[in-house]
Design a binder for this molecule. Structure first.
Ligand SMILES: NC(=O)c1ccc[n+]([C@@H]2O[C@H](COP(=O)([O-])OP(=O)(O)OC[C@H]3O[C@@H](n4cnc5c(N)ncnc54)[C@H](O)[C@@H]3O)[C@@H](O)[C@H]2O)c1
Length: 258
């Protein structure tokens, strides 16, 4: 029996990249997976083929009423929500003195308000059942600054602290909350951000393993956090980043090891 057999899991941003990889891993481990995304997904059916009771909803995470309705449907269909992954997100950033307020708000609305609304929607079921694992997808850019990060880093820093507060507020209700802070992971978002970016080799070098990450490497950690193997882990912002935030890289190890 797998660690997620019989568990009911919910993944936002499930049409693509990290969210889709989490859905695929959870389904492969025996969970029912309910996915939601503002876009439909070509890969969804194949990803959750191992979990026939799974479902996909078109949902904008900024829409509170829609969030509450999807959570209601999950409970109506399956009786509970054991784990949620908030992977819906958008890229952003730029120099502050050149940024429109509307662009700043677009990033905050999806990345932090969307995360807040997802947590708010699932919490009543988790409180009722006295258990649950909330897994937010933040970023290494929510742990430290970087050139041009601005709106994105601010939104992901907020996700990290919202998650720690969830851990503080709901631990006594048996609910755990943790952030995964990915490094740069090869997904459609990554492809669109990195296309033609002159600093891509320097960014890659900050990953001490000397490569970018894969979505399944984030899904593996989400699987751990959704499972009882992490039963005493709460309030953590866990870098999954090939060593990106371990320290600064000056190229010496490249001279030594290639
Ligand atoms: N790829 C990376 O390098 C990286 C690094 C750190 C953190 N992240 C974070 O991981 C998460 C997933 O990113 P990804 O790389 O898989 O990107 P992605 O673009 O492949 O997937 C993001 C998904 O979120 C969905 N989405 C966007 N706005 C939405 C909305 N308003 N409502 C519902 N769904 C919406 C998109 O349609 C898309 O399917 C994001 O929160 C991102 O910020 C990604």
């Amino acid at each position: 029996m797998s660690r997620l057999t019989g568990k009911v899991t919910y993944v936002t941003g499930a049409a693509s990249g990290i969210g889709l990889a989490c859905a695929q891993r959870f389904a492969a481990e025996g969970a029912v997976v309910i996915g939601a995304d503002i876009n439909t997904s070509d890969g969804w059916a194949a990803a959750v083929a191992a979990a026939p009771a799974s479902a996909f909803h078109v949902l904008d995470v900024r829409d509170e009423a829609a969030q509450i309705e999807v959570a209601r449907m999950i409970v109506a269909d399956h009786g509970r929500i054991d784990a949620v992954v908030t992977a819906a997100g958008v890229a952003g950033g730029g120099f502050v003195h050149m940024m429109d307020l509307t662009e700043w708000q677009r990033v905050q609305d999806v990345n932090i308000t969307g995360t807040f609304l997802t947590a708010k929607a699932v919490l009543p079921a988790m409180i009722e059942q006295r258990s649950g694992s909330i897994i937010t997808i933040a970023s290494v850019e929510g742990l430290e600054g970087c050139e041009g990060g601005s709106s994105y880093n601010a939104s992901k820093g907020a996700v990290v602290l919202l998650t720690k507060n969830l851990a503080c507020d709901y631990g006594r209700a048996g609910i755990r909350a943790n952030s995964i802070c990915p490094g740069f992971i090869d997904t459609p978002m990554f492809q669109s951000v990195m296309a033609g970016m002159a600093s891509a080799p320097a960014i890659k070098e900050q990953h001490k393993l000397g490569r970018f990450g894969r979505a399944d490497e984030i899904a593996g950690v989400a699987y751990f956090l959704a499972s009882e193997d992490s039963s005493f882990v709460s309030g953590v912002a866990l870098p999954v980043d090939g060593g990106y935030v371990a320290g600064h890289s000056y190229g010496l190890s490249q001279l030594m090891f290639g």
